[in-house]
Design a protein around this ligand. Structure first.
Ligand code: FES
Ligand code: MG
Length: 577
């Protein structure tokens, strides 16, 4: 943090922002006091540090359905600690509700949140988020606004239950719809599953993007220890909310800010936790964007380096066996970090006001079936591998823990779909020229192409192969996948097809090779042929010709750069290009 934007707290050198706001001796002070007191606050209240609470409750976001209640518990904590809680709304984005994809609105939410924090005279802020894109948006905003902040995540749903089976969204949502499509389960069974998978408040129960980002908020030091895994309806999430309210006042008093907490070292801790829990590939885009807000250009290779040196030890779906509820009972993120402690940067400061090492001092690991020991891991390496090759010069990702064994090294012929719509139109055509060994390629589903990289990288298995029992194939796209997806899915291919990346040049029948161990993704077409194809290539028409959609297409960065808007990054990183 520069001295210029660092402002002292209650250390006597300078007033808090809220104090200045209410104590202005002139006309504006009168207005600020008069207007605020009309809502029932007293002069005594207006002398307290002002704590903003970003409440992203929305009936258009199931994962945030309980946030009104959590907000009340945060307020309770703020009052107890001598602060003045002031709740405000920001936009709220729920995965299944926003079309074409929430990713289109992540940066808008980050801008909304940042400007709300900066535009109001608040001294600290609690950011209540949960569903996939909300926590990264809030973390990006927190860094840019750099006012003392704590993230409070909303917690996962209770495990779904049906016929003695434990179910989780959205992994089982795919399974049930797939088996229904294959004719293996009835309409009634599908309906029963619908009612059973989601049975409480909270976000998805597996280690999808929401759970991964909650774990990351904790690993970065921006959420209180233990926050991520407490189920949404559990009374202990209310206690955590109150504790967060108390702690934000303390952070204001001590003037601890997001840029004191989020550093390249704490980002390494977050990457390590992501890899140890085989977290969502989406987390990579978000962490690169978060780093970018610091002015830190985080290379994809850092993920691969840490992944290679971090065993996969968290036995939670989609790569493991259990769900967030069992992870909570097994000690949650603190237990996972305790096991990883020898490989973490223990000196990083956190919102407790203490370091990672201090936070972990008394942590125990009660269940070794959920948090496996480092020397008896579920996989020798972390969940995500970064692939390179002439098909992805700027990288592509694969969640290696979710790939069928026989596809980890595979060579096959491309079956190409030119757009998400082309995929929908043709994938189930009985005449599609495809076989089990084919490599399905989806183009124009990237940051500018789709736009906003919808989670359609889990290209469906063509129905005719599905009926033959095929359940996994190598699939390549410039799209994203849901953190709950499963299979040999190569995603985030960069540069994307819509800007003329090599993916744009693939044609039906081309040979493609995936070799996860060698981190290779190769298109076997000679350079001369590729050059001729490139000459004929035309960029697809943009999906928007006005408004926010157009701004998005014009200013969004590629997947390997975090898909932030270029102008939201600090000038020092922009000038490096
Ligand atoms: Fe919100 Fe899965 S839909 S976390
Ligand atoms: Mg998701």
């Amino acid at each position: 943090m520069t001295e210029q934007d660092k402002k002292s707290g209650t250390n006597g050198e300078e007033q808090l922002r809220g104090e200045k706001f209410f104590n202005d001796p002139g006309f504006w002070g009168f207005i600020h006091r008069s207007f605020t007191k009309s809502m029932g606050y007293t002069d005594g209240d207006l002398r307290k540090p002002v704590i903003g609470i970003a409440n992203t409750f929305s009936e258009l976001n199931k994962c945030h359905s309980h946030f009104r209640e959590l907000t009340e518990y945060v307020k309770r904590g703020v009052w107890q600690a001598g602060g003045l809680p002031m709740e405000f709304p920001t936009i709220s984005i729920g995965e299944p509700y926003v079309k074409p994809t929430t990713m289109l609105l992540r940066n808008l939410m980050a801008m909304d949140t940042e400007e709300m924090i900066k535009g109001h005279q608040i001294d600290g802020v609690v950011l209540i988020g949960g569903c996939d894109k909300t926590v990264p948006a809030q973390l990006m905003a927190a860094i840019s606004a750099n006012v003392p902040a704590i993230v409070l995540t909303g917690g996962p749903m209770l495990n779904g239950r049906l016929n003695g089976q434990s179910l989780g969204a959205c992994t089982d949502c795919y399974q049930f719809t797939l088996e229904h499509k294959a004719g293996n389960i009835s309409d009634q069974q599908l309906s029963d599953a619908e009612n059973a998978v989601c049975r409480s408040d909270g976000h998805c129960q597996v280690m999808g993007t929401a759970s991964t980002m909650a774990a990351i908020a904790e690993a970065l030091g921006m959420a209180l220890p233990g926050c991520a895994a407490i189920p949404a309806p559990d009374s202990r999430r209310r206690h955590m909310s109150e504790a967060t309210g108390i702690q934000i006042v303390e952070l204001v008093r001590r003037n601890i800010r997001p840029r004191d907490i989020i550093t390249p070292e704490s980002i390494d801790n977050a990457i390590r936790v992501t890899m140890a829990c085989a977290g969502s590939t989406n987390a990579i885009i978000h962490l690169v964007a978060i780093a970018g807000r610091l002015g830190y250009k985080l290379p994809l290779e850092r993920f691969d380096e840490i992944s290679a040196a971090t065993p996969f030890i968290l036995n939670v779906r989609p790569s493991g066996k259990y769900q967030m509820e069992e992870f909570f009972e097994a000690g949650g993120v603190p237990a996972l970090m305790k096991e990883l402690e020898p490989r973490l940067n223990g000196d990083c400061l956190t919102v407790t006001g203490q370091t990672v090492a201090e936070n972990l001092r008394d942590v125990t690991i009660p269940n070794r079936d959920v948090v496996a020991p480092l020397d008896q891991p579920l996989g020798a390496q972390g969940g995500i591998a970064v692939l390179r090759g002439n098909l992805a010069p700027n990288g592509a990702l694969i969640k290696q823990t979710a790939v069928s064994e026989h596809l980890k090294k595979h060579r096959g012929r491309a079956v190409v779909f030119n757009s998400p719509q082309d995929l929908i139109d043709r994938v189930d055509d009985p005449n599609l020229d495809v076989e089990e060994s084919s490599v399905l390629v989806l183009k124009n589903a990237g940051p500018k192409g789709a736009p906003a990289m919808p989670e359609i990288g889990q290209i469906p298995i063509p129905k005719k192969l599905l009926l033959q029992g095929v359940r996994d194939m190598v699939r390549i796209s410039d799209a994203r996948i849901s953190g709950t997806s499963y299979g040999a899915l190569i995603v985030h291919t960069a540069p994307e097809a819509a800007v003329g990346g090599p993916l744009a040049l693939v044609e039906d029948g081309d040979e493609i090779e995936l070799d996860i161990e060698a981190r290779k993704l190769e298109l076997y077409v000679d350079d001369e042929t590729l050059r001729r194809r490139k000459e004929k290539w035309q960029a697809p028409a943009p999906a928007y010709d006005r408004g926010y959609g157009l701004l998005f297409i014009e200013r969004v960065l590629q997947a390997d750069e975090g898909c932030d808007f270029d102008f939201l990054q600090p000038p020092e990183i922009r000038n490096k290009k």
